[in-house]
Design a protein around this ligand. Structure first.
Ligand SMILES: [Zn+2]
Length: 471
């Protein structure tokens, strides 16, 4: 054996020993905690409880063994002996955020290492990934986090993208009914809870997808185009993505069953138009949720990344962002999505919410919109659009829980899992306080946002970001 071959075999043997070894990940979870106490009292906090009720001042929350034991006025609820007490004077407590369009990939890079940490650092404790090109990886990650072996939000795994006969190569394209039903059964058995349909899905495709997914106890959401919102509601879809920006119901010159027609409705149609009101009522009657993604629309309309996002992005993505900026300035024009569309879409969201519709949100990571930071931006955009703080909190917490069929999360109430976000400031006075997580609780474990952020600096979407077990 020559020395090179010898070295190669030795390296191979060592590698195989390492890869057969169970990952030691419990200690990494502990590394990111600010407190590991089993009994914690947060005192003198301002609370938005997630139900849409106005804020309550000077509240105490008792956390024990991962659950919320009690919530009450600090003057009345005494802290029992043995509790670690945190003074939350001047701070705001809300439920852990629940995102319903929260990918773990950027179009040009995985975020399996950084995504979960970034979500958690920003106070997002549950995500629905809403379509993925890599369902098996995300199922494995969801399991590892669920078993407490890895820090991150609870992940509700989603399917590959389903679409009509037309569509991208890595989608499940419709060829025949059996193929679609088999594919849905397969992914449901692997643990997929949500199926995502994409633009070219026709009404006849959607009917089969919804029928089979519901048979498997799973739900369906869609980024629609060839199927209108009204058609999807009649067929029984559970949610529709991106607010009302793809409501081709209102597109002039549309050919039914195809993704076609003018997008002028995005500029012209008013949320008070009787046709819009009628559609809103149909969605509500059919219990179809709207999952809004204002952060990615804002990124397309306004085009500026903030400093914290640039600091965590891999250099490749920072350069791509800078190139986009230069091109845009050279062009001197707006991006594909216009500012007016963003503002109009938010008014549609508001009209739907006010009429009693189930509105949820997610950032739809892409461009410079990142996990967590995009969820925070969603909050600010809802406030900009005229939502009351308690309503915006409800959209980002309890409404997400309701859509996901969860009764153990989304509210600051006794008996709930202790998934909580403590913000350093008064969220009611300043929406930007959403960007100041001080402590993030998941199952009562108090994570330190800064430690999680330190671990992802300069790494998001980079070459190593599909190696989610590196530490
Ligand atoms: Zn998306």
């Amino acid at each position: 054996m020559n020395p090179i071959t010898g070295l190669y075999l030795l390296a191979h043997l060592l590698l195989s020993l390492v890869s057969n070894h169970p990952p030691a990940v419990d200690k990494t979870d502990r590394h990111y905690l600010k407190t590991a106490a089993e009994s914690i009292a947060l005192v003198h906090a301002k609370i938005f409880d997630g139900t849409g009720s106005p804020s309550r001042l000077n509240q105490t929350v008792l956390i024990k063994n991962g659950r919320i034991l009690a919530v009450g006025a600090s003057a009345e609820l005494t802290v029992p002996a043995g509790y670690e007490t945190w003074d939350a004077s001047g701070m705001t407590l809300v439920p852990g955020l629940i995102g319903t369009h929260n990918h773990l990939r950027l179009p040009q890079g995985a975020m399996l290492y950084t995504g979960p940490k970034l979500y958690l650092a920003c106070g997002v404790t549950t995500i629905q990934t809403c379509g993925t090109g890599h369902p098996a990886e995300e199922l494995a990650l969801a399991r590892a986090i669920g078993e407490g072996r890895y820090p991150g939000p609870d992940i509700i795994p989603s399917s590959p993208y389903f679409t009509g006969p037309e569509g991208r190569d890595n989608f499940v394209r419709f060829t025949n009914e059996k193929q679609v039903r088999d594919s849905i059964r397969y992914w449901a058995r692997q643990g997929v809870a949500w199926f995502k349909v994409y633009r070219n899905t026709r009404p006849e495709d959607l009917r089969i997808i919804v029928d089979e997914a519901h048979r498997q106890g799973a739900k369906v959401t869609g980024h629609l185009c060839a199927t209108t919102y009204a058609e999807a509601a009649q067929i029984g879809i559970d949610a529709i993505e991106h607010g009302f920006i793809h409501a081709f119901d209102f597109a002039a010159g549309r050919v039914p069953g195809t993704c076609s027609g003018s997008t002028d409705f995005r500029s012209n149609l008013d949320a008070n138009d009787p046709a819009v009101q009628e559609l809103i009522q149909l969605l509500i009657d059919r219990e179809v949720a709207i999952s809004s993604t204002p952060a990615i629309m804002e990124a397309q309309a306004r085009g500026y990344a903030d400093q914290p996002s640039l600091e965590v992005m891999d250099p490749f993505h920072v350069r791509a962002y800078q190139r986009r900026r230069e091109e845009r300035e050279a062009r001197g024009s707006e991006g594909y999505f216009k500012e007016a569309w963003l503002l109009r879409s938010l008014q549609f969201d508001r009209a739907f919410f006010r009429a009693g519709g189930l509105l949820t949100a997610g950032p739809d990571p892409g461009l410079h919109v990142l996990p967590g930071y995009g969820d925070q931006l969603n909050y600010e955009l809802f406030i900009e659009a005229g939502f009351e703080p308690e309503a915006a909190v409800q959209v980002l917490t309890a409404n997400g829980a309701r859509l996901l069929g969860r009764t153990d999360i989304g509210k600051v109430q006794s008996g709930m899992r202790a998934n909580l976000l403590l913000l350093d400031g008064d969220l009611e006075q300043d929406p930007r306080v959403i960007r100041k997580p001080f402590l993030v609780f998941k199952d009562g474990k108090g994570y330190d946002p800064q430690k999680l952020l330190d671990a992802v600096k300069g790494k998001v979407g980079g070459a190593m970001d599909d190696a989610w077990r590196v530490d």
